[in-house]
Design a protein around this ligand. Sequence first.
Ligand code: TYM
Length: 331
Amino acid sequence: MRTFSGIQPTGRKHLGNYLGAIVQWVAHQERGEAIYCLVDLHAMSVPYEPAGLREAVYDTAATLLAAGLDPGRCIFFRQGDVHEHTELTWMLSSVTAHGDLTRMHQFKEKSAAQRELVSAALLYYPVLMAADVLVYRATAVPVGDDQRQHIELMRDVAARFNARFGETLVVPEGHYPEVGARIMDLQLPDRKMSTTGGSPQGTVYILDDPKTVAKKIRSAVTDSGSEVVRAPDKPGISNLIEILAAVRGIAPHEIEASFNGSGYGAFKGAVADAVVEYLAPVRERYEALRADEGELERILAAGAEKARAIASTTMLDVREAMGVGPVRARQ
Ligand code: TYM
């Protein structure tokens, strides 16, 4: 299995990112080859500050290393360092339907929310994401539930490319965690936890201090009942059950069984304690890793070199299949 996944460098990654994606990333390091990328070029699809982007790359790199990414066991790099991603984006755009891009939920939401320029980059976002994965011929893409539509699009694009130009790319599979694939905002439990669309009090950041984490969880919105069970009319409690199950690595029904009759107060306290304990070591390791930007650059540069070696081979095949450049001499 070859795994690929990416994350936007925003610096403030949250519990949804952690349980939906990062936990899987760490686990996939043990299952074959794993390639992970900080997608700085994707971050340009909305208004941003250049100096802030560079800082955010370091913040996110240190967060992921603190969470357990090991550059000795995976390839960890910055997207903008490997030019093959942008070259393949253009190649893939010739087999991507414009209509499919305008139908993407995330494009519709983000373009509607945009008060400044709605950039062409926002529309092209999923093509660059397809290129990220396809340039490594990755087979597995661990992501949260919100990326399903993007994954389906990249599968269609890969299949269309192969049908048009001959078998060149690998059609990858999305891997969604059984528990934690869609963590909701603690204050607005009908919305996913997110840095942009949620509420500040309802978003637990990985680097929040323990007091803040506990406070946010204890003040999570719940319904007027008292039973700790998942139900469509109990989105707040259902979300907390999902969070505790993901943190403990067990099934949600086991959480329901162990909190049967205990009431919301005790349950929320247990979730708060468990999440604090879960995130505390990450936050501690982060401080030391973030302090050494030279070392972070060295790690990312070494990762980019390894990534380029794989990506450039795919691009030779893509260029040849598409009739770009001379025919390669066969040895
Ligand atoms: P990003 O940076 O928004 O999110 C990173 C990962 O976190 C997951 N996630 C969640 N999981 C559960 N509950 C939530 N509330 C939640 N919010 C976010 C996301 O599904 C994602 O897996 N487009 C991608 C980055 C990307 C990428 C790629 C991913 C670029 N190229 C290639 C995979 C393969 C994104 O914006 O992720």
